[in-house]
Design a protein. Structure first.
Length: 408
């Protein structure tokens, strides 16, 4: 593993020296990039001695007559040559630069040019840590899929006590090793993963529709992870405000019927199907051609059930792995088991909705995976990308177990 360790200008910069060691112990070749401010806290020589590598401190060697083209594009070379970017301490300034794409020094420029996994370990004063601006930047970075190692509570350099102290180097190094292990895995190579995501919209007239609060984040996280692990990804997406992963083939739909048609059209190509979409259960079967006028004192809508895509897939799936989703407000396990059976799925990913910070519109999720083998595995609350990783881990294991059971 080739890692870049970015060191920000905070008092915790001294702990980055120990982190460099911990990363080396986990088999990493560590290249250190320091911001100008970081060099005020620790000398580049410390890191050069620890890593045996030249330490980068600026975009151009200040005052050097050798400021040639190669030094001008060095950040691209370093970005391409490394597998992992760890930043510790990630100061409020660095988080803001990364979140907004500012690139005015080596580290922030490298960050933009880097395409691999990013681990950020922030450290700062408690008031800074809880400031709305910092929270918003963290949210952006988390949503981008970066691993954030939350700071610990304790006595801070400024004399106050609270959250903001850089996590222990051991913890950061573990997270970095895990991010690397995950990033290198290509265990979905050869698979064609068909994913549905987001809500559907069922029109009421030419300008109105019924829909639901699904943001599509779980489905898009699955698509991103599947593509990264080597699968060909077919993403059938309802209307969402998300950027799909570059490698995914995206088929955009609006209604449940359109989603049904797109899924069925691609079924024969798929080896794994994940139905993360929140499909509307009812629709207006005959949509008026013109806008409904506000003439009646009371308006009743007569709705008909939509086609149940998952249930139809359960009938037609053959030996494909079929994974359904269940968003419930109560009786989670019973409902998941009922859907697993009635829709003939191999696994149901069930989550409670209507709780703070998980489920619909949230970045995190907390789910139970209920499998056709009878197994139920609860996954702790984690970012949706992390949950997506675990879903694929379990799906691959489940397929082997189902195969073995069929052979027996
Ligand atoms: N689903 C589907 N087609 C539908 C409705 C749901 O394919 N018309 C899929 C969803 O994509 C999800 C699973 O079914 O994978 C569970 O959806 P949910 O709405 O929770 O289940 P329902 O069958 O609608 O059950 P209930 O309304 O009783 O909760």
């Amino acid at each position: 593993m080739k890692a870049v360790l970015g060191v920000g200008g905070g008092i915790a910069a001294y702990k980055a020296a120990e982190l460099a060691r911990r990363l080396q112990e986990r088999g990493a070749r560590v290249r250190v990039v320091m911001t100008e401010a970081a060099t005020r806290f620790v000398t580049p020589l410390t890191f050069a001695a620890l890593t045996g590598e030249k330490v980068i401190t600026g975009l151009f060697d200040a005052g050097s007559a050798e400021a040639t083209l190669s030094s001008a594009v060095e950040h691209i070379g370093v970005a391409q040559d490394n597998d992992l970017l760890v930043v510790a301490p990630a100061t409020a300034d660095l988080l803001a630069k990364f979140a907004h794409g500012l690139a005015d020094d080596f580290l922030s420029t490298l960050y933009l040019a880097f395409t691999g996994p990013v681990v950020l370990a922030p450290a700062m004063n408690s008031n800074m840590w809880t400031h709305a601006a910092v929270r918003a930047n963290l949210e952006t970075l988390r949503r981008r899929g970066h691993c954030i190692i939350e700071p610990e509570e304790g006595l801070l350099a400024c004399g106050t006590t609270g959250p903001g102290r850089l996590a222990e180097p051991e913890r950061i190094a573990d997270a970095a090793a895990e991010a690397m292990a995950g990033a290198g895995r290509r265990d979905l190579e050869g698979e064609v993963v068909l994913i549905t995501a987001g809500p559907t919209r069922e029109p009421l007239d030419p300008v109105r529709y019924i829909s639901n609060r699904s943001s599509g984040r779980m489905g898009y996280a699955l698509a991103e992870v599947a593509a990264r692990r080597g699968a060909r990804v077919l993403l059938v997406s309802g209307p969402v405000r998300l950027e799909p992963p570059r490698e995914a083939e995206v088929i955009r739909v609006e209604t449940a019927q359109e989603m049904h048609d797109a899924v069925l059209e691609h079924l024969s190509e798929a080896t794994i199907i994940l139905k993360a979409a929140a499909v509307a259960d009812y629709h207006l079967s005959s949509v008026p051609q013109h806008k409904l006028k506000k003439t009646a004192t009371r308006l009743s809508l007569e709705l008909d059930p939509t086609v149940d895509i998952l249930a139809e897939l359960g009938q037609k799936k053959g030996d494909r792995l079929l994974i359904g989703f269940a968003a419930e407000t109560e009786n989670l396990l019973e409902e998941a088991r009922r859907k697993l059976k009635s829709k003939k799925c191999d696994m149901v990913v069930a989550n409670l909705v209507g709780h703070d910070g998980t489920g619909f519109e949230a970045d995190d999720n907390e789910v139970v995976l209920v499998s056709a083998t009878g197994e139920a595995v609860a996954l702790d609350r984690a970012p949706k990308k992390e949950i997506a990783e675990r879903i694929f881990d379990h799906a691959l294991k489940l397929r082997l177990a189902l195969h073995a059971a069929r052979q027996a």
